[in-house]
Ligand binder design. Structure first.
Ligand code: NDP
Length: 335
């Protein structure tokens, strides 16, 4: 597969102009481009430029509002909601960050519900940004049904990721962000595009048959990680990012798409905690470090997030590589 090397600035310019050319205003395009290039910069390609043609198709079809103006409401002393006005998630997420920080500092705990927005992507940016403010954060989101319940063969749950971040002194926050499926959907799509096989744990074919062919998994159903345990986490996330906040279940989001194959509409729940208000204001940071020290003392370990932070340090110098076919597709969208 031939690839094309781009600096992060070139990649950002490309994403920004492509979104503006295809119907987004500057605020919406910039928020989406920032998020995509943030993902590329961490070499999280499944949430980078790979998504750009899909984003463009959502706006061009008229389904996604490229001129969205997210609206924030306070629902309870420690609960806010951001209505995304039918736009892509990144602008709403940007608008919500500081109000959530303020709310959490005021109450010790703050919850934020995102509704009425399209494609909540990787969720480490939200939780990492909160941990950089000294808060601890948990985020969950649901999307289209791709994962079969334990014992079943028909997709019911989204690949429903959960993100967690913990602040550290003099070090980047501890951040993990993982799907409740055995593999992220985007990774399976990339394997199909690039002609690679996937592990047998990734999913099953339409009749429940075992397979390592990503195309067969895409036609069948993905599997939760760790069998029924991952499936139960996916179910919990469906409830928290759906019914709890008045948003779609994954299967409702797919029905809303009506077979067009566009980006999913759905919700996200973030819970932020102010550690200084939980009883050990002076000690919690040093106490957490004991755990990290002990973990890292074991050969073969690393902290979640460390790979991304390493990539983030490298990509401003190396640039990023994207498939030449994707580059050509984006240039086509600019024409
Ligand atoms: P991975 O399995 O690649 O990684 C999950 C987490 O585990 C990361 O935080 C990773 O850190 C950490 N990790 C990996 N290897 C190790 C290790 N050896 N030791 C310690 N920690 C480790 O992620 P997924 O494939 O599950 O998800 C990829 C992305 O896709 C996520 O950002 C997720 O939010 C997103 N996604 C979004 C969905 C949506 O509907 N919006 C649905 C599903 C997934 P590191 O990054 O440093 O490797």
């Amino acid at each position: 597969m031939t690839s094309r090397n781009l600096s992060l600035t070139e990649a950002h310019d490309l994403a920004l102009s492509c979104l503006i050319k295809n119907g987004c205003d500057d605020d919406n395009a910039r928020a989406c481009a920032d998020r995509m290039i943030e993902a590329e910069g961490d070499r999280c390609h499944s949430h980078g430029l790979f998504r750009l043609p899909w984003y463009v198709s959502g706006v061009k079809s008229g389904r996604v509002n490229g001129h969205a103006r997210p609206r924030l409401d306070r629902l309870a002393p420690a609960v806010i909601r951001v209505d995304g006005d039918n736009g892509y998630a990144p602008l709403g997420q940007r608008v919500a960050h500081q109000p959530l920080v303020d709310l959490t500092r005021e109450n010790g705990i703050g919850a934020l519900a995102f509704t009425n927005m399209y494609h909540i992507a990787a969720i480490w940016p939200e939780v990492e940004a909160l941990a950089r403010e000294g808060l601890c954060a948990i985020a969950v989101t649901a999307a289209y049904p791709y994962v079969a319940p334990a014992g079943g063969i028909k997709a019911l749950f989204g690949t429903n990721p959960m993100g967690f971040a913990w602040p550290r002194k003099d070090a980047p926050p501890l951040v993990f962000d993982q799907a409740s499926s055995s593999m992220a959907r985007g990774e399976i799509q990339i394997a199909a595009r690039d002609g690679h096989m996937v592990p047998e744990t990734a999913g099953i074919g339409p009749k429940g048959e075992a397979t390592t062919d990503p195309n067969v998994v895409l036609a069948g159903a993905q599997l939760g990680f760790g069998g029924y345990k991952g499936a139960s986490l996916a179910m919990m996330i469906e409830l928290l990012a759906g019914p709890l906040i008045g948003e779609f279940l994954s299967l409702e989001s797919l029905a809303d798409d009506g077979g067009r194959g566009g980006p999913p509409k759905g919700g996200e729940l973030i819970i932020a905690l102010e550690p200084a208000r939980f009883g050990d204001a002076d000690g919690f940071l040093a106490h957490g470090e004991i755990l990290f020290r002990e973990l890292l003392a074991q050969p073969g370990t690393r902290l979640p997030g460390a790979r991304r932070f390493q990539n983030r340090a490298e990509t401003p110098k190396t640039g990023i590589n994207i498939p030449a076919s994707l580059y050509d597709e984006i240039i086509g969208l600019l024409a």
